[in-house]
Ligand binder design. Structure first.
Ligand code: COI
Length: 394
C-alpha cells in the first residue's frame, strides 16, 4: 500500500514522490517534462524500441510487506499505436494515466481486445529479471490473429516489456516481497459502428507491484465446481487471452466468494464431465507420481506457468499427462493445485462438487510446494536457469 500517495490526487502524488527523470538519450542531462505538475498525456518519452531506459534505483514509497494484488499505479506506461493493415513502429513511455478512446472504439463496443500478464522480479544484486516474455508475445500474436487485430512483433513486445519494467524499477518489490506485474493490453482503439475490426490498434503496458493474488495469501484455496455457468465453448475463444473471456466469469466467482469459496472451477461445456480451469488460472491434479492437467484443446488457456510447471515436473521425474481430466478424478486425487502468472503455483486444500467436499494434501512435502519452490527460485534468480527462461534486464 502506498502510504503517502493515498492522501493526494495523482498529479500531486507524482510531483511529490517521483524524482526528476534524466533521459539517457539527451545530450545534456535535461529533465523530461513529465512531472511539472500534471501528468499530461503529451509529456511522453519517445525511445527507440531496442534501447534500455533507466530510472534511478530508489524504491517507491510502498509498504512492501503488505502487497496483495490490488492496482498500485506506477510512474510510466508504454504506448504504441498502429493502423489496421500496418505494422507497429516505435512506441513511447508516457506517465501512467488515463487514455483517450472514442466512445465507438471497437474494444468498448465489441470487446476486440487481448491482455497478457507477466512479472519482473528483483534479484538480490538489484538486477531485474523477466520470465519467458517471448511466450507472452507469441500468445498475443496468435490471439490477435483470432481476434482480427494487428499485433506487435515478438521483439517489439519484449522490448516494450523491458522498457516498462526498467522505467518503473523503483516499483519492483525487494527480493522476497513480490514482483512487478506487467499487464500488456492490445485493444481495438479505432472507432467502428457496425461490427467490424477496428481501423486502429493500441498496444500498451502498465505495471503494478503485487504479491499474493488470492486473499488467502499462500494458504490453500477452497474451490467450488461450477455447473450452472460455462467458461468456454468448443471452437470459441477459451484458449485466447481475450478480455471478453473474463467478465463473464464474474457472476459465478462473486457468488462463490459470497459462499466462502476462494474461486470457481469450471467443467467443460459439452459434457460437464471434465475439468476446464479456474476463473483466472489452470488446474492440475496429482495422484502418486502422476500429474494430470486438462489438455489445451481449444477451450483451455495455454498458460505459460502451466507449460513451465509441466516441464519442471517432468524434469523432477513426475509423469505428466495433458488430457481430459474427469471431474470424478477429484475424488481420488492426492493433491490439486492451480497455476497462472498472477496466481503462481497455488495449493488447493478443498473442492466442493455437488455438495461433497473433498480435501487434499497441502504444505511441506507436496508436489505443489516442490514445483512452486523450483519455479519461483528460477524466476527470482535463486535457482540457476538452465533453460534460457530468464532475461536479465539491468
Ligand atoms: C494472469 O495470471 O496474469 C492473468 O492474466 C489472469 C488474470 C485474471 C489476473
Amino acid at each position: 500500500m502506498i502510504r503517502r500517495a493515498l492522501c493526494f490526487p495523482s498529479f500531486i502524488r507524482k510531483s511529490l514522490l517521483i524524482p526528476p527523470v534524466i533521459s539517457p538519450y539527451s545530450n545534456s542531462s535535461s529533465k523530461i517534462g513529465a512531472y511539472n505538475g500534471y501528468a499530461s498525456q503529451t509529456s511522453s518519452l519517445e525511445v527507440p524500441d531496442s534501447a534500455p531506459y533507466r530510472e534511478n534505483d530508489e524504491y517507491a514509497d510502498v509498504d512492501w510487506d503488505n502487497l496483495g494484488f490490488g492496482l498500485m499505479p506506477t510512474d510510466y506506461m508504454y504506448v504504441n499505436k498502429c493502423g489496421a493493415g500496418q505494422h507497429f513502429g516505435h512506441g513511447q513511455l508516457n506517465p501512467y494515466g488515463n487514455i483517450h478512446l472514442s466512445p465507438s472504439a471497437a474494444v468498448l463496443n465489441y470487446g476486440q481486445g487481448l491482455f497478457e500478464g507477466t512479472k519482473a522480479y528483483r534479484k538480490e544484486n538489484g538486477q531485474l529479471l523477466l520470465f519467458r516474455p517471448e511466450q507472452n508475445a507469441i500468445r498475443m500474436k496468435s490471439g490477435a490473429q483470432r481476434m482480427c487485430m494487428e499485433a506487435p512483433s515478438v521483439d517489439q513486445f519484449v522490448n516494450a516489456l523491458k522498457q516498462t519494467a526498467l522505467a518503473n524499477k523503483r516499483w519492483v518489490p525487494p527480493p522476497g516481497k513480490g514482483s512487478l506485474y506487467l499487464r500488456p493490453l492490445l485493444i481495438g482503439s479505432g472507432a467502428v459502428l457496425g461490427l467490424a475490426p477496428a481501423p486502429e490498434y493500441t498496444f500498451l503496458i502498465y505495471a503494478s507491484p503485487v504479491r499474493n493474488y488470492f486473499k488467502e495469501g499462500s494458504a490453500p484455496l477452497n474451490l467450488y465446481v461450477e455447473e450452472n455457468f460455462d467458461r468456454a465453448s468448443r471452437r470459441g475463444t477459451g484458449s485466447v487471452k481475450t478480455i471478453s473471456n473474463y467478465a463473464p466469469v464474474l457472476m459465478a466467482q462473486l457468488r462463490a466468494k459470497k459462499n466462502g469459496f476462494s474461486d470457481v472451477l469450471y467443467l467443460d461445456s459439452a459434457t460437464k464431465k471434465n475439468l476446464e480451469e479456474v476463473s483466472s488460472c489452470n488446474i492440475f491434479i496429482a495422484k502418486g507420481r502422476c500429474i494430470s492437467t486438462p489438455g489445451t484443446n481449444g477451450t483451455i488457456l495455454a498458460g505459460i506457468t502451466r507449460k513451465s510447471v509441466i516441464e519442471l515436473a517432468r524434469d523432477h521425474g513426475y509423469e505428466v499427462e495433458e488430457r481430459a481430466v474427469a471431474v470424478d478424478e477429484l475424488m481420488e486425487a492426492d493433491e490439486v493445485f492451480c497455476t497462472g502468472t498472477a496466481v503462481g503455483v497455488a495449493p488447493v486444500g478443498a473442492i466442493t462438487y455437488q455438495n461433497t467436499r473433498m480435501e487434499y494434501k497441502t504444505g511441506s512435502g507436496t508436489i505443489c510446494q516442490e514445483l512452486y519452490n523450483t519455479l519461483l527460485g528460477i524466476q527470482t534468480g535463486v535457482i540457476e536457469d538452465k533453460k534460457g527462461w530468464i532475461i536479465e534486464i539491468d
